[in-house]
Design a protein around this ligand. Structure first.
Ligand SMILES: NC(=O)c1ccc[n+]([C@@H]2O[C@H](COP(=O)([O-])OP(=O)(O)OC[C@H]3O[C@@H](n4cnc5c(N)ncnc54)[C@H](OP(=O)(O)O)[C@@H]3O)[C@@H](O)[C@H]2O)c1
Length: 186
């Protein structure tokens, strides 16, 4: 990133169970699909709203395990550029996918900042922890699913430093999922 270059806006988005897990121990995330609950006071989200929202994302950043799992489940990122972190030599399964490795701050400065403004980190736990741990996340959007999994992969396992966030918005949906939107302080 050059001195005159604007820093990208980095948002971390994750869906977690109420007890803080983002995948079951066997890696499955089928609990994400259960929308059978009905919370009468909740809002429904229109397709157009989702489309407009997704259009505002310039690129997704993810760890290689999330990438491989997303391919298995049915790619949800369309043609938006996806920057996947891996130390392996993988072949991109789609034209919008590229691979990078190394220090996450250097990656943001040299690979992301010159090309993208609105950057979404979409997991998994390892990658989320690296970006949070280095203080590289501006916004956290945590969606809480109405389920207790009991065990699995923790969203944030071991962060070294305490971090304070400011709540920006809360949105509860008719299916019982709740979005919590925070901005990082400082
Ligand atoms: N609930 C949700 O919202 C949500 C969201 C995303 C993912 N998930 C789930 O979470 C699980 C995957 O999460 P995870 O924590 O196990 O893995 P992950 O964070 O997706 O990927 C970790 C891998 O990325 C690579 N990597 C990370 N940092 C790197 C760096 N700086 N340079 C180079 N490579 C780097 C390494 O892989 P290599 O071995 O390739 O080097 C590392 O093992 C899946 O089950 C997925 O479905 C859930």
């Amino acid at each position: 990133m050059t001195e005159n270059q604007a820093r990208p806006e980095v948002t971390l988005h994750i869906v977690s169970s109420l007890d803080g897990f983002i995948a079951r121990e066997d890696n499955s995330v089928s609990w994400l699909e259960d929308s059978s609950g009905v919370y009468e006071a909740g809002v429904s989200i229109a397709e157009e709203e989702i489309a407009a929202f997704v259009k505002g994302v310039d690129c997704y950043v993810m760890g290689s395990r999330t990438y491989e799992h997303a391919l298995e489940l049915g790619w949800p990122y369309g043609d938006t550029p996806c920057l996947v972190l891996t130390r392996r030599r993988l072949q991109p399964a789609r034209p919008s996918v590229e691979f990078h490795s190394g220090d996450v701050k250097a990656f943001l400065d040299t690979e992301v900042a010159p090309r993208f403004r609105n950057v979404w980190i979409v997991g998994g736990a390892i990658l989320s922890q690296s970006f949070l741990g280095r203080g590289l996340v501006d916004e956290v959007r945590l969606t809480i699913a109405p389920v207790l999994l009991g065990s699995g992969l923790r969203f944030v396992g071991n962060l070294v430093n305490e971090q304070r966030l400011d709540l920006q918005n809360v949105r509860a949906y008719r299916n019982g999922f709740v979005d919590l939107h925070y901005s990082a302080r400082g």
